[in-house]
Design a protein around this ligand. Structure first.
Ligand code: SF4
Ligand code: SF4
Length: 399
């Protein structure tokens, strides 16, 4: 039910980025707006009305296409200091200057890598603000939170409090690439975060079936989709990412035609009422047209069943980043990080991005510590062949 308080906040937020009549009624319970062909949803307690498709900044597209995407109604950009070595933030800053600060919501991040402190977080945020050429970001997120303890660490909370007090960020958040159940579970329980950006795709279809295996070993929480429902019940905004996993592997996607696989997968995620927006990269006109056609398209039962079949048939190829293998590894290697880079190589065809990921986790050193014991494969509830993927990554690094 849309509360009056929420409704008023939605109007206030929406009024900043669009003029004219908003196409929803006063009693609209869906927390959604349709405006100039774009569908917007309320981003939880933030009150921001974000486009159902938002733009991933790793990397941002070329300038003319970027302008076109914004013109089509996309109003949330997900960036980070590590995307393109700061160039993504610089480009987002130029964009805000060009189209107007009030036309865009910006989410940027800070890392908790190496020896970090409250001061190092603050310095990182100030660097981001300088590159973005703005005083304040809308959502400030921990980049790739992988340990639940970090979410309630005094240094992190202290930095967020300072940034909010000084008017440098409006809302707090985290992005999560691995150990989802534990990290998202802690974010929901501690209730200190307004936004969670998390990998969510058709391979979560069978999460309920795996939840028993993970429950207890991980957090005692529900499965992943149950967690999203608990987050939504606390009015935490959910932004989905990593939605287009394993496109290349899904050879049988023709059964979904005339939908493209990208469209089908975006539709599936947006069919979840808990999700406010899906971050996706649009690097050419074709991708833009495909992705921006999706908002407002209902997912049919036949499509849903076809996607479930496709997910089941390629299930053993895809790492869910659940982290269930972590404790089984005698070297505590960052297995999901290596497998994420493998997915960039093999599924997305993004070799530069794969290399960026591998450099970020010092993959050569990590891989040299692997004892080839296979414990991770035994522990993986999805039956992934971790070691064969490690082999492929070694080959990639050696090439
Ligand atoms: S095979 Fe390597 S990554 Fe897997 S558990 Fe053993 S040491 Fe860890
Ligand atoms: S390899 Fe398996 S257990 Fe490990 S994170 Fe990926 S899906 Fe989870």
């Amino acid at each position: 039910m849309l509360l009056r308080r929420d409704f008023l906040r939605l109007i206030t937020a929406a009024a900043g980025w669009a003029s004219g009549t908003l196409a929803w009624g006063r009693n609209n319970p869906s927390r959604r707006i349709l405006k100039n062909g774009m569908h917007y949803r309320l981003l939880g307690r933030t009150g921001l009305a974000v486009s159902e498709i938002s733009l991933g900044g790793s990397p941002l597209p070329e300038w003319p296409l970027l302008l076109r995407i914004i013109e089509r109604g996309v109003n949330y950009i997900d960036t980070s200091p590590s995307y393109g070595n700061g160039n993504s933030e610089r480009q987002a800053g130029r964009l805000m200057k060009t189209v107007g600060r009030d036309k865009l919501f910006i989410g940027t991040k800070f890392h908790l890598r190496g020896p970090w402190s409250e001061e190092s977080i603050v310095r990182s945020v100030e660097g981001s603000l300088s590159r973005l050429d703005t005083d304040c970001v809308d959502v400030l997120l921990i980049h790739g939170a992988s340990e639940p303890e970090a979410l309630t660490d005094d240094r992190v909370l202290g930095a967020f409090d300072r940034m909010k007090k000084e008017g440098k960020c409006r809302f707090t958040g985290l992005s999560c690439h691995e150990n989802h159940l534990a990290v998202v579970g802690r974010a929901v329980d501690c209730n200190r975060y307004d936004v969670i950006t998390v990998g969510y795709n058709i391979y979560n279809i069978d999460d309920g079936g795996r939840a028993d295996a993970l429950r207890g070993r991980q957090t005692g929480q529900d499965g992943f989709q149950g967690l999203l429902r608990r987050a939504a019940a606390k009015d935490i905004g959910i932004v989905a990412m990593k939605t287009l996993k394993s496109l290349v592997r899904m050879a049988d996607w023709k059964q979904l035609e005339p939908l493209t696989p990208q469209q089908a997968m975006l539709k599936w995620v947006l069919a979840d009422e808990c999700v406010s927006s899906v971050v996706t990269e649009m690097m050419n006109m074709e991708e833009m047209e495909q992705d921006l056609a999706v908002p407002g398209m209902p997912l049919t039962g036949a499509e849903s069943r076809a996607l479930a079949r496709l997910a089941a048939s390629s299930s053993r190829l895809v790492c869910r980043s659940c982290g269930a293998c972590r404790s089984s590894c005698p070297e505590r290697l960052p297995i999901p990080g290596i497998l994420r880079a493998w997915a960039y190589m093999e599924c997305y065809g993004k070799k530069d991005r794969a290399r960026e990921e591998l450099d970020g986790i010092e993959a050569r050193a990590v891989l040299s510590r692997c004892r080839d014991c296979g414990n991770c494969e035994t522990a993986c509830p999805y039956g992934l062949g971790v070691r064969s993927k490690f082999l492929a990554v070694r080959g990639f690094l050696a090439a």
